[in-house]
Ligand binder design. Structure first.
Ligand code: NAD
Length: 368
């Protein structure tokens, strides 16, 4: 790592239990007066939309509360039309990676600034990237766009908003955060800051994720986990990801596998696939996860890491085989998915070169 280049974004990050209450002051300070809120149905159900409405009062011009997973292109058009109709001057994304992705898609089309309030551990709030699913294509395809303009200007992290994140989503989006850190550690564009953030992120996630799964109402572990997710998002934001992330995007966009579930199924396999090329970068992670690998060969130590992560995933009752992903996917679909993934730019940034789709197909078969 004696040469590096990275882009960081000018973002204001506010992290505190109860931070949502500061929303009005923050919005007044930056002078936004007519906001569009992009969010999902669960935020309406759990009362968060109502809370934002009562905090912002008339500054909240309009609410789009039906963002579907993986951001559908038709919904982007709908939400963009609302910014015009209501003359919005900023966009809020409240919820998981999907509403945050929607806020970014609308922000780019309308050239409006974005405020992100995450309620899962997916990490999108820190990045200048979003994915939209092109629903008219057969099969549908998720296309990612990257533009510094869509990095949220303001990020409000309130661990209290994660207290009701159900156990399965806690687990799966937490593994997504862990995957950001792992792929950041061995990224081909890694740099000293991304490596430090990723390693510290792994430490917090390792300390807190299982506790959040077992006792979601515990604010202390929720707070530590959200710090881990923030560091994961920070590391994700400034490096390119690899095979794991590219493949999860394809599984989401094309086969509709929930993003966190795809992460849980693929992560141990991606670590094993990359082991011989990435062991030196993963050794610090092995140490912070408390794995005793004394005297083991590096590749063996990485296998212990894959096993430990696999055990964590299993102990949170997440699916560990693609056949159990809860979607209409057949084993005979795997070669086609491997072909699509092979074309994926993120997959092509993998630290271990991927020269033929059959390499991905073999991984998918192991994961099946
Ligand atoms: P999601 O946003 O699709 O949310 C999953 C489910 O969780 C939804 O039903 C939502 O309503 C519910 N939910 C969210 N917060 C909740 C809470 N506090 N309580 C109860 N229910 C809650 O899923 P996600 O895993 O957060 O995000 C995945 C999406 O984000 C994918 O499309 C992925 O590609 C994208 N993503 C993008 C980036 C990026 O940098 N652009 C990073 C990570 C993920």
């Amino acid at each position: 790592m004696d040469q590096f280049r990275y882009v960081s974004h000018a973002q204001e990050v506010i992290f505190a239990p109860g931070a949502l209450a500061r929303l009005r002051d923050v919005v007044n300070r930056v002078g936004w007066k007519r906001l569009l809120l992009c969010t999902s149905r669960s935020m309406k159900k759990n009362g968060n939309v109502e809370r934002v409405q009562s905090i912002l009062g008339e500054s909240l011009a309009v609410v789009f509360d039906s963002v579907r997973p993986h951001v559908q292109d038709v919904q982007v058009e709908e939400a963009f039309a609302l910014t015009r109709l209501h003359d919005a001057d900023a966009v809020i994304g409240l919820g998981g990676g999907s509403p945050l992705g929607m806020a970014k898609a609308v922000g780019l089309l309308s050239a409006l600034p974005i405020l992100a309030i995450p309620t899962t551990y997916a990490g999108s709030e820190m990045t200048a990237v979003y994915g939209v699913t092109h629903t008219q294509e057969n099969p549908p395809r998720k296309v990612t766009t990257s533009d510094p303009k869509i990095a949220p200007k303001l990020v409000i992290y309130d661990p209290e908003l994660t207290l009701d994140l159900p156990p399965e989503l806690t687990a799966s989006t937490g593994i997504n955060a862990l995957a950001h850190c792992i792929e950041a550690l061995y990224s081909v564009t890694r740099h000293p800051l991304s490596a430090a953030a990723a390693l510290r992120g792994i430490q917090h996630i390792n300390n807190a994720l299982l506790g959040c799964y077992q006792d979601g109402g515990n604010l202390e572990v929720r707070t530590e986990m959200l710090i881990g997710a923030h560091l994961a998002g920070l590391s994700l934001a400034s490096v390119s990801m690899g095979l794991h992330h590219g493949l999860c995007h394809v599984l989401g966009g094309t086969a509709n596998v929930q993003h966190g579930i795809a992460n849980s199924i693929i992560l141990p396999h991606a670590i094993r696939f990359n082991a011989d090329a990435t062991a030196p970068q993963l050794l610090p992670a092995i140490e912070v996860m408390g794995i005793s690998a004394n005297g083991s060969r590096p590749v063996t130590a990485v296998e212990l890491l894959a096993q430990k992560i696999s055990e964590l995933i299993g102990s949170m009752n997440l699916p560990q085989r693609l056949r159990d992903a809860g979607v209409d996917l057949k084993e005979s679909d795997l070669p086609r998915l491997a072909e699509i993934a092979f074309q994926n730019r993120t997959v092509q940034n993998n630290p271990k070169p991927i020269t033929e789709p059959v390499q991905i197909e073999t991984l998918l078969k192991h994961a099946w």
